[in-house]
Design a protein around this ligand. Structure first.
Ligand code: PEP
Ligand code: MN
Length: 333
């Protein structure tokens, strides 16, 4: 249930109302917007007399929220959220370009790519240290050593980085990571999501291979309900019967998620297509469609990449794309 307060309500009256609602056993989520204050009521709202609340002189309206997601819902938080990563702001008109290799392979590789993507205008570095691989025989990532190399690349370039966490047990190693990525395969690892709610790190939550938008938002809800509201959603392509691409980029997810939720939406055209030459057109389409950012795989030597070389752009290709993205942002931003 949401309670929209009248403009200019005194702090004291608002505090009284909140105390009363809390006494009914509810958790109250306050969204202080520029024009409206919205109280989101979480818990068993069947005990709340809607008519009574609506009759209060400080209340403008009361609505039941029928969606199962609450804290991630735009109804609870009408203004778009902004996630801050160091000096980088994401959401509500702030666009981010995240780029880097699929996997961290060596110091030279990650530092070279980090420098190149920074020069092209990326403001966040990506790089997997713990890799979810379909085959147990494939390169699983450099793990803890990979995280150390990402820190070296950050030191060299000043770029904060995003990297994937697969297992709760590894969380202590992620203390000095800037953004934790939860990959498609772990989108519904509910224990992991709950645990992330107890961290203070921004989370990049990727949509599962065969998950609906509602399920994605419910997964965001797990993190938020456990205490961490810094969640970014990522559309990375879903499984369909389309044959010549790795996945199908569900671009309509971008405006639909914006409608449903206040959380930033990032698009990953690399995993969505699996083919480097398709990455630029899909990245541009996502930008035009209102994405709050892109996450793109870039490798200095794609042919010899240990993971996802076929979908990785060369630094000069990324630089060319970044120019075009900026041009499109100039029109739609
Ligand atoms: C990745 O970003 O490296 C990755 C494995 O992505 P996804 O979880 O979307 O497959
Ligand atoms: Mn990859």
């Amino acid at each position: 249930m949401i309670v929209v307060l009248k403009h200019g309500v005194s702090e004291e009256k608002m505090a009284q109302l909140i105390a009363w609602l809390k006494a009914l056993g509810l958790r109250i989520h306050i969204s202080n917007g520029e024009f409206q204050t919205v109280l989101g009521l979480v818990g068993d709202t069947s005990t709340v007399d809607m008519d009574l609340v609506e009759s209060l002189d400080i209340v403008e309206s009361v609505k039941r929220v029928t969606e199962p997601f609450k804290m991630s819902s735009r109804k609870f938080h009408p203004e778009s959220s902004v996630i801050s990563v160091g000096d980088v702001r994401i959401g509500a008109g702030n666009f981010v370009m995240i780029a880097g290799p699929c996997s961290v392979e060596s110091e030279e590789q990650i530092v070279t790519v980090a420098k190149a993507v920074k020069a092209a205008g990326a403001t966040l570095l990506r790089g997997g240290a713990f890799k979810p691989r379909t085959s147990p025989y494939d390169f699983p990532g450099l793990k803890a050593q990979g995280l150390e190399l990402l820190k070296v690349a950050r030191q060299e370039t000043g770029l904060p980085f995003v990297t994937e966490l697969m297992n709760i047990n590894d969380l202590p190693l992620f203390e000095d990571v800037d953004v934790i990525q939860i990959g498609a395969r772990n989108m519904q690892n509910f224990d992991l999501l709950r645990e992330l709610g107890h961290t203070d790190k921004p989370i990049l939550l990727k949509r599962g291979l065969a998950n609906t938008l509602k399920e994605l938002l419910m997964s965001a809800e797990y993190i938020m309900a456990s205490g961490n509201e810094q969640v970014m959603l990522c559309e990375r392509g879903i499984r369909t019967f389309s044959d010549y691409t790795r996945n199908t980029l569900d671009l309509s997810a971008v405006p639909m998620l914006h409608e449903l939720s206040h959380l930033p939406v990032i698009v990953d055209p690399s995993h969505a297509t699996g083919i480097a030459r398709l990455v630029p057109p899909m990245a541009l389409a996502a930008t035009a469609g209102g994405a709050d950012g892109l996450i793109i795989e870039v490798h200095n030597d794609p042919i010899h990449a240990l993971c996802d070389g076929a979908q990785s752009l060369r630094p000069e290709e990324f630089s060319d794309l970044a120019d075009k993205v900026r041009a499109i942002r100039g029109v739609v931003g």
